[in-house]
Design a binder for this molecule. Structure first.
Ligand code: T4K
Length: 401
């Protein structure tokens, strides 16, 4: 069985057959250039250059130009929502949505997420209260959310981690029962669905990140999707200092605007997303086939019944694995495979939360287990299925070493 993975010849010409072939033991690396988690996927560069030229000719670079308007229209159509506001990045988009929803006091969030989810609350004087996750899905556990509700709770901020939908119906039921607002950090979930419904329309608002490392990027960028007309109007004001026309400020606000050059990147990349999905899906399948046969290792699956972007290849190093997660990461990095321990060690173990809530871990046992066992592997248009098989062979030999 195991021999289906190794030996493999890497693009550098090195064959991986025994521990002596590993870079961590002094051999040359399998890949001449680093393979990153999050190397940007870039669409038709010539089309982008044409759009950039037209933008320079027009003289409109920022503040809601035609490219941002077109991107917003196309995103709303793609997501099937009434409103989609293009924002300068996902974190500011979270901050605007949180403020527009009037959240205050305490808001329940997962700790197993990128730190921006909690920071967007804390930055505005709101206390993030960390609820545990379901170890099978890596998303919020509805039972854990219930346990964290207090008289100060005003909302729930769920995350569709890895682009796999959070338990939206259960969270909505809890929110309704307790009179809480519900919104989602959908930073990973552009192009994904939950229960056959496109992510973007759940809760009061959903926030996307279009950072360079995301499946779909606008260099830096983000968006807020909502079906609530009044909320959308308020958030439009908030992202542009509260201006309602020249010299007329009618609301507190910030600068959350997306630039025209970022929107151009988005329009070009939107035309290419089916290719990126197909590439990611192919790589995910290659990794799954090779890695799931190795002792103590698994790849988090995507539900084939749902739309997915397959952007994250999440390998879990279980208790039966003969080597540690960190030993695997070190071996891969030595081969120029820059695998990541996302989202280790859990936001509750980062500052300022570690000092504020030193005992939070006691209520987050599954978060700690999952954060200690995940390795995210490189994928995207810079990675081929053969690269995935070579990476699996490195992992296999590391397990045997
Ligand atoms: N919520 C969630 C759940 C999120 O995951 C994020 C962002 C947010 C909210 C906030 O959205 P934004 O405000 O970022 O729009 C990266 C990204 O900076 C961050 O956007 C992302 N999540 C997070 C998961 O990953 P780092 O610190 O891991 O990035 P970094 O610089 O190590 O980049 C990853 C790798 O990608 C690098 O090793 C090299 C490669 N890379 C990166 C960039 C930027 C390239 O090859 N080219 C590039 O241009 O945070």
């Amino acid at each position: 069985m195991l021999d289906r993975t190794s030996p493999r010849q890497a693009s550098s010409g090195k064959t991986i057959r025994s521990p002596a072939d590993l870079a961590i033991n002094g051999a040359p690396p399998a890949f001449a250039e680093p393979l990153h988690v999050g190397k940007p996927n870039v669409g038709d560069r010539a089309a982008f250059m044409r759009m950039a030229d037209a933008m320079f000719d027009s003289g409109r670079l920022a503040n809601g130009g035609p490219l941002v308007e077109e991107l917003e229209r196309r995103l709303a159509e793609h997501l099937g929502v009434r409103h989609c506001l293009a924002i300068c990045n996902g974190t500011v988009a979270l901050e605007i949505a949180i403020r527009a929803l009037d959240l205050s006091g305490e808001v329940i969030v997962p700790s197993y997420t990128f730190v921006a989810t909690a920071h967007a609350l804390y930055w505005q004087g709101i206390t993030p209260v960390f609820a545990d996750i379901d170890p099978d899905t890596h998303n919020l556990s509805p039972a854990a959310v219930r346990r964290m509700i207090s008289s100060r709770t005003t909302g729930i901020l769920g995350v569709h981690l890895w682009g796999r939908g959070a338990p939206v119906d259960e969270l909505q039921a809890i929110a309704d029962e307790h009179g809480l607002k519900l919104m989602f950090d959908a930073a990973h979930a552009f192009g994904c669905s939950q229960g056959g419904r496109k992510i973007g329309g759940f809760g009061s608002a959903e926030v996307f990140s279009f950072h360079a490392t995301k499946f779909f990027n606008t260099f830096e960028g983000g968006a807020i999707a909502t079906n609530d007309d009044e909320l959308a109007q308020r958030m439009r004001l908030m992202r542009n200092f509260g201006f309602a026309g020249f010299d007329n400020v009618i609301h507190p606000g910030t600068n959350g605007k997306m630039t025209e050059i970022c929107a151009a990147m988005g329009l070009v990349n939107l035309d290419g997303i089916e290719t990126v999905i197909a590439t990611n899906r192919r790589n995910h399948a290659a990794y799954s086939e090779a890695i799931c046969q190795l002792p103590g290792l698994s790849i988090l699956p995507y539900d084939a019944e749902e739309a997915g972007n397959y952007q994250y290849v999440v390998m879990e190093v279980g208790p039966n694995c003969p080597v540690t997660r960190d030993a695997i990461v070190a071996a891969l990095q030595a081969e120029n495979v820059l695998a990541r321990r996302y989202f280790w060690p859990g936001v509750h173990r980062m500052q300022p939360y570690r000092d504020l809530f030193p005992n939070a871990g006691a209520l987050l046992p599954q978060t700690q287990v999952v954060a200690d066992r995940v390795v995210v592997l490189p994928t995207g248009t810079a990675v081929t299925p053969e690269d995935c098989r070579v990476i699996a062979a490195i992992v296999e030999i590391t397990e045997r070493a």
